[in-house]
Ligand binder design. Structure first.
Ligand code: GLA
Length: 390
């Protein structure tokens, strides 16, 4: 019997070979975790609100083997050829730097949670573009968390592993992010988005039905790199905390549109706009889920557009390149388009009829070229399964 090798099989064989070449023995196993796009609900996660991301068909894979001492050796197909090496007994979060802070941070946070992590050897490869707002960091964290959980025999719940990944990012990498990306990467399912309530951590899959509706979700990676650890993201978080405090609620999640007049009277003009984005964005997430369930993906375009305007004008996390990408996609037939992720660069998504995809892509490329901007990377993504052992 002959079997046909898929692209994923080929990548697994290449990674196993690279691991074996480097470390001189085969790995114990391979674990992969996807990146994500967010369909709706930006900056709502750390306000205990609603989000609707989906895991994408681009992922990070780690080949790992356990050691019988406490040494960790980390190599990547994209970093230096030399392994980053440290000992779990002497590691401190402030020692971590570069990409190795993610796997090191996950090992550290698992140990903080009482999981006895063995020393390990790890080789990573990924096709999630770094810095594109597609959660390459969560993909790496979740792949490593799943691998180490299994190798240590702890077998934590997926939601616990997602939380380990978030804590690694907050405490070791130093980015004050919320929980959305890791949940999407751990809990994604084929063809569906993850409707997550970030207050109680409960989630349900919501069917997207893109293919059967003749639609594609295009990612437009503007190549404007974003950095969550510094600047804008933390400032928005602080504004939201201030707004909640001045409105007398524990989290902005506790407010809805009926509170907007009081918010306008109570808050300074800028904080009011930040708060208005969170309130309306939570309502757009719930509205998107309703529309998907009742009318399918053709119906959500206006909400995508409204979300982009809110991020551009009220939350002020867009940038000229993201606006150009979304506007051009819309002007050339997209049903809706919005920036996705933390903002200040990264990617926009556009919901496009399959027949219009080539036209939208050409128009965006032409628009960027005409302004002398860097050529964006434009590709379709499909909702995929979450982290798994291969
Ligand atoms: C980044 C963070 C997430 C979330 C988004 C914005 O992706 O990692 O926690 O806050 O930005 O929605």
């Amino acid at each position: 019997m002959t079997t046909t090798k898929t692209e994923a099989d080929r990548q697994a064989i290449t990674l196993t070979g690279a691991f074996t070449n480097y470390f001189g023995h085969e790995p114990d196993g391979l674990w992969r975790a996807p990146g994500r796009v967010n369909l709706m609900g930006e900056h709502t996660d750390y306000n205990e609100g609603l989000v609707l991301p989906f895991a994408i068909d681009r992922s990070t894979t780690v080949a790992v083997s356990a050691r019988d001492d406490r040494t960790v050796r980390l190599v990547s197909s994209f970093g230096d050829a030399e392994a980053v090496e440290f000992n779990l007994d002497t590691f401190a979060p402030e020692d971590a730097h570069g990409w190795s802070a993610y796997p090191a941070g996950v090992a550290w946070e698992l140990e903080q949670a009482g999981v006895p992590v063995p020393g390990f050897e790890l080789y990573v490869s990924s096709d999630v573009p770094v810095g594109a707002g597609l959660s390459s960091s969560a993909a790496l964290e979740c792949a490593v968390a799943l691998a180490l959980s299994e190798l240590s025999g702890a077998r934590l719940e997926r939601t616990q592993l997602a939380d380990i990944g978030r804590r690694a990012e907050n405490n070791v990498v130093g980015a004050p992010t919320g929980i959305m990306d890791q949940y999407a990467s751990m809990l994604g399912t084929r063809n569906s988005a993850v409707y997550l309530d970030c207050r109680d951590g409960k989630s349900v899959p919501v069917s997207l039905g893109l293919e059967e509706s003749g639609l594609v979700c295009l990612v437009i990676d503007t190549k404007v790199s974003h950095a969550h650890a510094n600047g804008g993201y933390a400032a928005r978080r602080a504004s939201c905390a201030r707004g909640a405090h001045q409105m007398g609620v524990g989290a902005l999640r506790d407010l809805d549109s009926t509170d907007l007049p009081r918010a306008e009277r109570t808050l300074d003009e800028e904080t009011f706009r930040r708060v208005r984005h969170i309130i309306t964005e939570n309502e757009r997430v719930a509205g998107t889920v309703d529309l998907l369930r009742t009318h399918g993906p053709h119906a959500i375009g206006d909400l995508l557009d409204a979300s982009h305007r809110s991020m551009r004008d009220d939350f002020e996390i867009s940038c000229p390149e993201l606006n150009l990408a979304a506007d051009t996609a819309r002007a050339n037939g997209a049903l809706g388009a919005r920036m996705t992720g933390g903002g200040f660069g990264g990617s926009a998504i556009a919901l496009v009829s399959t027949d219009d995809a080539a036209r939208v892509k050409d128009a965006v490329l032409t628009g960027f070229a005409a302004r002398g901007l860097q050529t964006p990377d434009i590709f379709a993504v499909l909702p995929a399964d979450g982290a798994q052992k291969l």
